[in-house]
Design a protein around this ligand. Structure first.
Ligand SMILES: [Zn+2]
Length: 405
């Protein structure tokens, strides 16, 4: 039977309220109904109804507060609400060039286990990719004495141009094909919903929830690993672009007809700054036949090798120019440079920061702060888990609405 527009609007509104309540409980840890109503500027009756739905779905739990809040009457403990961590098991997955990292979390975001699996191929055919995800998740769950059937949702972060709304990969350095709809492939191998997201967006999410972006409204996260990624948070929300193709900082053109990029175009920032680009440049100049790693280049530069020094210096100049362009475009509160410790020091040296300063259109106001966050490999997977929790919350609240109608 077709629902009337008015009734479907009312359902949508109820879902929005339920999600806002859930978000509030997540942000505070424990909170009473009346404090939620005050914080959300909503009537206590609406909050009581929303929390009743969330309680019946098992997403939240009641606890008796031993120390009643100031507004409570003396001697009467107020019932507090918290998330029900045990209600859902969620996996965050990051697919990198040489490994897949998995983190399993409960609905409260508490880590259950983390697991890393080496990859022998950086690029996979789409069906092989889906099977690999399944195999690694099986192993990760087994390592925590859980099974794949226990998962309520999986979020997978990969590099590339991703339309997260429909799990569609326009292009990724992890896949051998372009224009891949991963939904049917993943639902074939996984018993739970799967969500694909650009990996830099997941780092921005992690920075916003647990990292240096906490409490900031407008900030950018530049991720540095094999390639260069960007996550944009505007007005507290992740900005993805219309087709999921935005924020491609690594493919900002910095040179007319320049070096070949792994995206197939020429002159991209990544073709000068990305790990593969540096290895390519240093290998061309080197007498050695063995492929070199970024660590070798950094070590050689530290030992005084002129070629390695010049490769890293040029990368720094290009990167500084790119970051100053970001500031000119977005005027953020803060830019967070995120990558593995010690591996990208040449990208935030004093010379690079001076180049950033020189490239920013000058006004009589201080530059946005540039912070460096050395997260380990788990950063990506943690961001994926955070996004997974958000998506599972949306699905569960929607199911609630479907059952109620
Ligand atoms: Zn490119």
């Amino acid at each position: 039977m077709l629902k009337s527009k008015a009734s479907s609007n009312a359902t949508d509104q109820r879902n929005v309220t339920r999600l806002r309540v859930l978000e509030k409980i997540r942000a505070t840890g424990t909170i009473s109904r009346i404090d939620i109503a005050t914080a959300l500027e909503t009537s206590p009756a609406t909050i009581t109804s929303a929390t009743a739905d969330l309680l019946s779905a098992g997403l939240i739990a009641e606890i008796e507060s031993e120390t009643p809040s100031k507004s409570a009457r003396r001697g009467r403990p107020r019932v507090q609400l918290k998330l029900n961590g045990a209600s859902h098991l969620i996996a965050g997955v990051k697919v990198a060039r040489q490994q897949v990292s998995v983190i399993l979390v409960d609905f409260e975001g508490t880590e259950i286990t983390s697991y890393t699996h080496p990859l022998d191929q950086a690029r996979m055919a789409p069906d092989a990719f889906a099977k690999k995800i399944r195999a690694v998740l099986d192993q990760a769950c087994a390592s925590a004495n859980r099974s794949l059937a226990d998962l309520s949702g999986v979020c997978i972060g990969i590099a590339g141009l991703i339309d997260a709304n429909r799990n569609f990969v326009h292009w990724s350095s992890s896949l051998t094909e372009r224009n891949v709809d991963l939904s049917p492939l993943l639902s074939e191998v996984l018993p739970c919903p799967a969500f694909i997201e650009n990996d830099a967006n997941l780092v921005a999410k992690a920075e916003q929830l647990f990292g240096l972006g906490k409490g900031l409204k407008n900030f950018l996260v530049v991720t540095i690993e094999h390639g260069i990624g960007l996550g944009i948070v505007l007005d507290g929300k992740l900005y993805r672009g219309e087709r999921g193709c935005g924020a491609e900082f690594g493919h900002l053109k910095v040179q007319l007809d320049g070096a070949l990029c792994q995206c197939g175009q020429r002159g991209c920032l990544e073709a000068y700054v990305g790990e593969y680009a540096l290895i390519r440049e240093a290998t061309i100049a080197s007498e050695a036949t063995d492929p070199r790693t970024l660590d070798d280049i950094v070590a050689a530069a530290k030992a005084g090798d002129a070629r390695s020094i010049s490769v890293l210096a040029r990368a720094g100049q290009m990167f500084g120019m790119g970051v100053s362009n970001l500031i000119n475009l977005f005027d953020p509160e803060c830019i967070i440079l995120s990558g593995a410790r010690g591996r990208f020091d040449y990208l935030h040296s004093d010379e690079v920061m001076a180049r950033v300063q020189n490239g920013v259109v000058s006004v009589d106001a201080p530059l946005p702060e540039i912070k460096v966050n050395h997260w380990g490999d788990s950063m990506w997977a943690k961001g994926a888990a955070a996004y997974g929790i958000e998506q599972v919350s949306i699905l569960k609240v929607r199911e609630l609405a479907a059952h109620a109608n």
